[in-house]
Design a protein around this ligand. Structure first.
Ligand code: IMP
Length: 198
């Protein structure tokens, strides 16, 4: 089976290839199949946005396509930044600007509970869909810690590890992260789907 990844992110490609190659699934890029689809993420849930991206690439390429959407949800902010995580505070902010804004908006707030969420959707030309979700609970740190990672990693504190995501190695993070969990669940569901189709 061949799946087109609806993303230009090299890291996502590697992760998906690593986990799916064992079950005979070949993951290719949009460029590999000669399409370049720009999708507006207008959904109000991670699932909707993952579907919008996968569906658009499936329709344009005529091949099964897979996409993911992820973000950070803070309880005290009613789930914000949520699906707007990548755009929080507007286009002029970078990763550091975004997490500083979030810390500012959480100043004085004692309820620091939050979670990372990742939704994966795979759309098939026959209308079938395989979907998976992963979540990682944590608390929002009061100040950034750690050098590794990206996005909100320096302020996402994992109580069990007593470290932020930015202080974990890639392996340690993948083992507990929302994306790691979503990918594992997706691989399992896709395996079941492949078996049904035999
Ligand atoms: P997208 O899923 O590529 O649309 O990106 C969602 C946004 O959520 C990213 O730009 C990051 O700001 C944030 N995000 C998602 N996953 C992570 C993570 O594992 N660490 C830090 N930030 C993340």
């Amino acid at each position: 089976m061949k799946l087109v990844l609806a993303s230009k992110n090299e890291k996502k490609l590697r992760e998906l290839r690593d986990i799916l190659s064992a079950q005979g699934v070949e993951v290719v890029t949009e460029a590999d199949v000669g399409v370049d689809v720009d999708v507006e993420e207008t959904g109000t849930t991670f699932e909707e946005n993952a579907f919008l991206k996968a569906h658009a690439v499936m329709q344009t390429s005529g091949l099964p396509a897979v996409a993911d959407d992820s973000g950070l949800c803070v309880d005290a902010l009613n789930g914000a930044p949520g699906v707007y995580s990548a755009r929080y505070g507007g286009p002029e902010l970078d990763d550091v600007g975004r997490y500083r804004l979030l810390l500012e908006n959480m100043r004085g707030q004692l309820d620091r509970r939050c979670k990372f969420v990742s939704a994966i959707c795979c759309c098939f030309p026959n209308g079938d869909r395989v979907e998976a979700r992963g979540e990682c609970p944590g608390t929002l740190a009061y100040a950034p810690r750690g050098e590794d990672g990206f996005g909100y990693d320096p302020i996402f504190f994992v109580p069990e590890q007593k470290k932020t995501f930015a202080q974990l190695t890639a392996e340690e993070k993948n083992a507990i992260s929302h994306r790691g969990k979503a990918l594992a669940a997706f691989a399992e569901k896709l395996r079941e789907y492949q078996n049904q189709m035999k």
